[in-house]
Design a protein around this ligand. Structure first.
Ligand code: TMP
Ligand code: ASP
Length: 236
């Protein structure tokens, strides 16, 4: 599999076309941003952690829960072959414990266990700052169909169940996470993008130490160490 033309460079990854029109190669960078790109930095080794962790979790979710994903083949520490999809322009967020923007919006102390998982959507639009959007807005704007949203909600709740169980085994509480979905040429919906410490809040189950990108967002220090710790616990 050969990279041909670079299609797109995002904040954390580059995407390339390949000699197969149905496959892309993603290349994970160490670049980190927060607050709509206003804060910029680098987290040494992050690309490797995010690539390998994401691939491990996608394969686990596919094997154990029958979840369809874009994963095809890990090419190297930073590069993976994925299925070509059209990304559904939504950030799909699940929360098990209050943190981040949820805590701020609703005045709920970080760390408060929620009575049930929440599901929320943000519109993927950097210029607008990825605003929160509801199902009726999504349908009215034609961002996804009702059938697609039902599939997305269904898969997302299974992803939550799978990831909670997986992280529990390695002493980590899954506080919340963001995932994205893609449409294959035949219209079916599959899990795409990444699942990593950039896109999940991961707290040590005993000490509640943060092992994710909040260490970068909040200038807490030991950012690289946190990513390395998750990598180690995953057995990678
Ligand atoms: P939030 O509390 O800031 O809304 O974040 C919820 C979850 O989504 C958290 O695990 C971090 C993740 N996230 C992203 O992956 N990308 C983003 O741009 C944002 C704002 C959050
Ligand atoms: N990646 C996002 C950005 O740069 C935000 C985040 O992860 O906090 O805006």
């Amino acid at each position: 599999m050969q990279k041909t033309q670079q299609l797109y460079e995002g904040k954390a990854k580059k995407v390339f076309r390949t000699d197969d029109p149905d496959l892309y190669i993603v290349d994970y960078k160490d670049d980190a941003t927060a607050f709509d790109g206003k804060k910029k930095g680098q987290i040494a080794g992050k690309g490797v952690v995010n690539n390998r962790m994401s691939n491990l979790l996608m394969q686990y979710l596919s094997r154990q829960y029958g979840i369809p994903t874009h994963f095809v083949e890990e090419l190297s520490d930073r590069e993976t072959v994925v299925k070509r999809v059209e990304i559904v322009p939504l950030e799909v967020i699940v929360r098990n414990v209050a943190a981040g923007s949820f805590s701020k919006r609703f005045g709920v102390e970080e760390g408060t266990k929620l009575l049930q998982p929440t599901l929320e959507f943000c519109l993927k639009d950097d210029a607008l700052g990825d605003p929160m959007i509801n199902e009726s807005h999504i349908l009215a704007l034609g961002k996804a169909t009702k059938q697609e949203l039902d599939t997305i909600a269904d898969i997302t709740m299974k992803v939550n169940e799978g990831l909670i169980a997986f992280f529990k085994e390695i002493g980590i509480d899954l506080i919340d996470f963001k995932i994205e979905f893609g449409r294959l040429p035949d219209g079916s919906i599959i899990l795409a993008d990444e699942i990593s410490p950039d896109t999940c809040r991961l707290w040590d189950s005993e000490t509640h130490e943060k092992l994710d990108k909040d260490r970068f967002r909040r200038d807490m220090g030991n950012v690289e160490e946190a990513y390395a710790e998750v990598f180690k616990r995953l057995g990678l």
